[in-house]
Design a protein around this ligand. Structure first.
Ligand SMILES: NC(=O)C1=CN([C@@H]2O[C@H](COP(=O)(O)OP(=O)(O)OC[C@H]3O[C@@H](n4cnc5c(N)ncnc54)[C@H](OP(=O)(O)O)[C@@H]3O)[C@@H](O)[C@H]2O)C=CC1
Ligand SMILES: O=C(O)CCC(=O)C(=O)O
Ligand SMILES: [Mg+2]
Length: 421
């Protein structure tokens, strides 16, 4: 079968029957997970389309495998392949702590301007969870993926750059509140109006398309007023300006409350929501992290900045069974570029043991198939995963919390999904 490129025209993907899909295997547990996952993807597509469609995999290098081969952590050819073929998938890549290379995962998102990190969090029947009602958690995180503290603008204490930054802040900006100036390192947190608006727009469009009840803007705007606080303000303004006839915002509520009192504001909100409008609300990040445990059913689509989104992703994943089953996508809705990847990292202590749960990458692949419009293949994957879990044939992370479960290796779980799809 001749391989072909996915293209985009007027914002719509044109997907051939044999699309070229670049993939990065990943570091640590990445190779084990990829080996199990790719067999699931191929089996689902073959079964769904009787062999008429096929994903044409093209390996591209990044991370340790790439460095070993070429001395380059993220070769240009890899970036070019994701640019040219539009849609790809990747395993996790290691980022050293406190020094060394900056994150290759973040670099890919920034280089390709994949501004929305989309991470759906739902419970699969039978998955062990630390909460009583994991079924109440059904959220979709839209994490801003190109800005915030992740921009990597940092200066290490003791360097001339940190000294220059200190002098600039103290001498030119009149800053007096740096507690230990001589031993401080500095980090910069850029948050733009454009970056905020495109992320919030994507979250609202998603919520409208999927008939979700609300979008919650999560921020720490009480403390970081001009970055996180502006994210909230710009978000509400965009919602009212671009989606005024389809949404009702807490900002509107507050204005009515101030002018006409609570009774009128409550009635206005009720009428808007009864009329099918999408509620746009907000929550301060620390309070949100307790709300998701106490009142998860009140939250649906979540729009947030990069660091909050990172924390919230793992916290929410834990509620529905852990990061062994937490998929995701990095998307630019304007150019069509997308790279699918799990929420978890390389889990290096389990590397090459054929042990960890490939569920997150398998589900990321199902999201990719949905993105391509290959829903039938994605549905087979969901069916296979649900059935494998229901039969309690699972990897170590679930098995250790389930009674009467059979422990499977990473590869065996992949086989199990294939058998049951
Ligand atoms: N997008 C990416 O590529 C990401 C990369 N990273 C990078 O990964 C490296 C390791 O990060 P770390 O903080 O240890 O986080 P990890 O997500 O790699 O692992 C943390 C823990 O999560 C559990 N876990 C992770 N993956 C799986 C899986 N597939 N199945 C079941 N359980 C799993 C394990 O828990 P337990 O010990 O309980 O078994 C593991 O010890 C770092 O360099 C980090 O920067 C991190 C996140 C995302
Ligand atoms: O890039 C990394 O190493 C970590 C990224 C991460 O934790 C995430 O995107 O969720
Ligand atoms: Mg993370």
């Amino acid at each position: 079968m001749a391989e072909q490129k996915i293209t985009i025209r007027n914002g719509k993907l044109n997907v051939p029957n044999t699309p070229i899909i670049p993939f990065i295997e990943g570091d640590g547990t990445g190779p084990d997970i990829w080996a199990a996952s790719v067999r699931v993807f191929d089996a689902a597509v073959a079964k769904a389309y009787n062999g008429e469609r096929k994903l044409m995999w093209k390996e591209v290098l990044a991370g340790e495998k790439s460095f070993k081969q070429s001395g380059n952590w993220l070769p240009n050819e890899t970036l070019e392949a994701f640019r040219e073929y539009l849609v790809g998938i990747k395993g996790p890549l290691t980022t050293p702590v406190g020094g060394g290379i900056r994150s290759l995962n973040v670099a890919l998102r920034q280089e390709l301007d994949l501004y929305a990190c989309l991470r759906p969090v739902r419970w699969f029947e039978g998955v062990p969870s630390p909460v009583k009602r994991p079924d109440l958690t059904d959220m979709v995180i839209f994490r801003e993926n190109t800005e915030d503290i992740y921009a990597g603008i940092e200066y290490m204490n003791g360097t001339p750059q940190a000294q220059k930054m200190l002098e600039f802040l103290q001498d030119e900006m009149g800053v007096k509140k740096i507690r230990f100036p001589e031993s401080s390192s500095f980090g910069i947190k850029p948050v733009s109006k454009e970056g905020t608006e495109r992320l919030i727009r994507a979250a609202i469009q998603y919520a409208l398309l999927h008939k979700k009840p609300s979008v919650t803007i999560v921020h720490k705007g009480n403390i970081m007023k001009f970055t996180e606080g502006a994210f909230k303000t710009w978000g509400y303004e965009l919602a009212e300006r671009e989606f005024g006839d389809k949404v009702y915002t807490w900002s509107q509520y507050d204005r009515t409350l101030a002018k006409q009192g609570q009774e009128v504001a409550d009635a206005q909100q009720k009428a808007a929501l009864d009329g099918g409008k999408l509620l746009i609300k907000d929550s301060i990040a620390d309070a949100f992290l307790q709300q998701i445990l106490l009142r998860p059913s009140e939250y649906s689509v979540v729009a947030t900045l990069n660091l909050n989104g990172d924390y919230i992703s793992d916290a929410l994943a834990a509620i529905v069974g852990g990061i062994g089953i937490a998929p995701g996508a990095n998307i630019n809705y304007l150019t069509g570029h997308a790279i699918f990847e799990a929420t978890h990292g390389t889990a290096p202590k389990y590397a090459n043991q054929d042990k960890v749960n490939p569920g997150s990458v398998i589900l990321s692949g199902a999201m990719m198939l949905e993105h391509l419009g290959w829903q039938e293949a994605a549905d087979l994957i969901y069916k296979g995963i649900e059935a494998a879990i229901a039969a309690k044939r699972v990897t170590y992370d679930f098995e250790r919390q389930m009674e009467g479960a059979t422990l499977l290796k990473c590869s065996e779980f992949g086989d199990e999904v294939i058998t049951r799809m």
